[in-house]
Design a protein around this ligand. Sequence first.
Ligand SMILES: [Zn+2]
Length: 409
Amino acid sequence: MKANQINQMFADAAYVRMGGSQSELKCANYLKEKCAQMGLEAHLEEFEVDMADMEAAELIIDGKVIPCKGYLCCGSGEVTAPLYYMPHDDVYSLSGCKGKIVLNDGYMGYWRYQDLLENGAVGFITYDGNANYADEDIDQRELRSYVSKGNKILGVNINAKQAIELVKGNAKEATIRIKQKEYKGKSHNVVLDILGETDEIIVLTAHYDSTSLSQGAYDNMSGSIGLLGIAEKFAKEPHRYGLRFIWCGSEERGLLGSKAYVAAHEEELKNVAMNINLDMIGCIMGKFIACCTCEEKLVHYLEYMACVESFGIRAYQDVYSSDSTPFADKGVPAVSFARIAPNNTATIHNSYDTAKVMNAEQMVIDIDFISRFVAQMANAGKCPVSKEMPENMKEKLDIYLARKRDKKK
Ligand SMILES: [Zn+2]
């Protein structure tokens, strides 16, 4: 795959592709078409996702309308209550939630939401964006079903600049009004098989969806193009292990595509030797990482391999917030590759994630290194990575998937 082809694909996919949307489906069909152009037949696998059409969302603070976006799937209705900014989640801070609309830092994660419910909050506000940027963008957020578990309180997302003003101005009373239609929709994984000589396979994944403001060039058209590049190479080269490529939908909505895949293909997972996931490669600046959710030996192997192949890498053992995690959670050894941009050079989940932050030459180099690793594993007499998930990774998976609370946070 050449740099000019890569640039063309970034240009072709320069649009927002939220999980479950028509534009996401358009990109799924685009990827399928790209496979067809290489003589490869991919197919779409659909899965159900929660959807909502927001009809009205309003936030009024002390009589003043504050620009906001309502949380999808948080229900409809109206609530008025005192505003409470809660940066901490200690016992004292939590005791102040009762009967309040709570302003939170960061994402509305699983434990924060449980804390709000348990302590009697009646609504919530989150914020995002960068107070130093000129834009007033507000990301479209959703109350994920595994977070709410059906217990919904109204929530809105606002821009960081407004959040700062609210706290600085000692805002007193908030009203949230939301009207939305909630329903079930479809998202899709794009699946391509390139057969090997054995029944055992290596699964390669990359998500192709984006968040609401983002064209998702870096996160993660880059990895999606990476998979196409790898498929192109192995379509022409014989290899022992079968290769299954999955372009995952709805990753940004909580790894929904990979979760749906492992649920629908649970029986076949015993034949999966490993998962190789690409999520954000080929940016202009930044370090290349290999996050291994498996035995530690692969960390050292990758360090040695990269060194002899004259390629810089930082390999480590951890859980990566991407589609490798549902595979690892089912006992499939997984590695995620990424080139992590230095702070504020290529940011994600905002309108700045466009082809401008990408470097097609770097993409070629990154894809080439990953392909060489795939070739080693795919041509192994036996893929050497143990299918036993070590205890430290099981613990990290429990925390990431909110089965266990991280006491240190
Ligand atoms: Zn991503």
